[in-house]
Unconditional design. Structure first.
Length: 162
């Protein structure tokens, strides 16, 4: 969708890249320091698996972005969750940093769906009608406000006010 898709991972991507670069160094260090072949083989397998998972996470964060189409705002976090907010239910959009540090990528706090990245959100939607959201094992909740993080809050606000 071009200018109507918005990333949200700029804060976490550098850390993932650091771990992805450090993993081969870790494997080399284990190869040099551990004398037992069987243990080196097991640790090599874990190192390769770790690198693959980090690469997969980076790709997922890049592939599954927030998007705005003609009917919905799609809020995502990789393949962990996806919420679609009907544009017709959005009463107002505000931009501003909030920090809660809930230690979860998604939570409901006092009727607000909070989708944090690194403990922060920077866009808030006030809904005209309550929206039901599913948090998996934590149940279904009714919300009247949505707060989320995007790397381009100005672009999201512009796209939603059109």
């Amino acid at each position: 969708m071009g200018d109507r898709s918005f990333g949200y991972s700029a804060q976490v991507r550098p850390f993932l890249w650091v771990f992805l670069v450090v993993t081969p160094l870790e494997v080399l260090l284990v190869e040099l320091l551990v004398p037992w072949f069987w243990l080196r083989a097991v640790l090599l397998a874990f190192g390769v698996l770790s690198a693959l998972l980090l690469g997969w996470q980076l790709w997922m964060l890049h592939k599954f972005k927030h998007e705005v189409d003609d009917e919905y705002l799609w809020l995502r976090y990789a393949r962990e969750f996806e919420y679609w907010i009907p544009l017709s239910t959005i009463g107002s959009v505000t931009q501003g940093m909030t920090s809660r540090t809930l230690h979860r990528t998604r939570s409901v706090v006092d009727g607000t769906l909070v989708l944090e990245i690194s403990g922060s959100t920077n866009v808030a939607l006030h809904l005209d009608a309550p929206l039901e959201v599913d948090l998996g094992r934590r149940g279904t909740h009714e919300v009247t406000k949505v707060e989320f993080w995007t790397d381009d809050p100005d672009g999201v606000v512009r796209a939603l006010r059109k």
